[in-house]
Write a protein of this length. Structure first.
Length: 48
């Protein structure tokens, strides 16, 4: 494949960016805490 190295570079940079964002989001607290810690109530009778 002609673009093999470029594709590998993009994938490596993308993974590095996602890791950086995850670290930043994990360090947030208070009003800026990650939304994964928020519990959303589900109405009774709702099928999941």
């Amino acid at each position: 494949m002609a673009l093999g190295h470029e594709k590998t570079d993009v994938c490596r940079l993308s993974i590095g960016y996602v890791a950086w964002v995850y670290e930043k989001a994990d360090s947030l607290n208070g009003v800026h805490r990650p939304t994964a810690s928020i519990s959303i109530p589900i109405p009774r009778g709702t099928k999941i």
